[in-house]
Design a protein around this ligand. Structure first.
Ligand code: CTP
Ligand code: MG
Length: 238
């Protein structure tokens, strides 16, 4: 019997400015349910022990009543308030995950998360201590100069698009965040960067799912609706 404790931190405290909608994208409805519901449900059905949900101050009671209680997401142990940037929301989530051996950090804006992706992340983080799901890029990627002329074409077989969950040994990611706070570095876009930059720890990339997209701009919502139908079938047959 394993007594390892695994906590999922689900981030839903963003404003969704690139979505340009009246309500934040994590609360927009797909098939009558908010985007946030779908990843919470995947964690509920997985082997994680509990969930820390990070939201904006104004949304704590809405989330509790209309998502967590309504859909019986019983693994949510706390609903906490996030910060002005994604990394401050993660930091708050980490402080609420005390007692965890491993944490899986996930963007609520990725509703097409499957139990399979979660279980493979858990298996890998137990081996490497730091892993993320991602997918090999399909397009050629250019690094451009300030005038938008292509300057370099990195070999595609070394390029991956990074997704979430990103999974870490709790004590390591907490330490990396403490070092980050002591620095003035703020051009951070995800947690693997924080591990690289402040702890010198490499993150292992494992195959995620091309359906596990992040809803960022309006057209992503259309794609997510279709992908969600596809992956829900996968979840149902597990
Ligand atoms: N997030 C968060 N706290 C923040 C910013 C973001 O918890 N201060 C969460 C978002 O809710 C989202 C995830 O982090 O689930 C990924 O962020 P992103 O896609 O950038 O969402 P937003 O910041 O909400 O969108 P935008 O950057 O377009 O404003
Ligand atoms: Mg953002």
């Amino acid at each position: 019997m394993s007594n390892v404790h695994i906590t999922a931190i689900v981030l839903a405290a963003g404003k969704g400015s690139r979505m340009q909608s009246d309500i934040p994208k994590q609360y927009m409805l797909i098939e009558d349910k908010p985007v946030l519901y779908y990843s919470l449900k995947a964690f509920e059905e997985s082997s994680v022990d509990d969930i820390v949900l990070v939201v904006s101050e104004d949304d704590v009671s809405y989330c509790k009543e209309n998502i967590v209680d309504k859909y019986s997401i019983n693994k949510v142990k706390s609903i906490i308030v996030g910060g002005s940037e994604r990394y401050w929301s993660v930091k708050n989530g980490l402080l609420s995950a005390k007692g965890a051996d491993y944490v899986l950090i996930h963007d609520a804006a990725r509703p097409c998360l499957t139990v399979d992706v979660i279980e493979r992340s858990i298996a890998e983080v137990k081996i490497t201590g730091a892993c993320t799901v991602g997918v090999p890029v399909k397009d050629t990627i250019k690094r451009v100069d300030d005038d938008c002329y292509g300057e370099e074409t990195p070999p595609r077989n070394y390029l991956w698009q990074v997704q979430t969950p990103q999974s870490f040994l709790y004590k390591d990611i907490l330490k990396a965040y403490e070092y980050m706070e002591e620095s003035n570095d703020t051009d951070i876009t995800d947690d693997t960067m924080i591990m690289e930059r402040f702890l010198g720890v490499k993150t292992k990339l494992i195959m995620g799912d091309y359906c596990n997209i992040k809803i960022t701009t309006p057209e992503d919502l259309l794609v997510a609706k279709i992908f969600l139908k596809k992956v829900k079938k996968v979840v149902d047959t597990i």
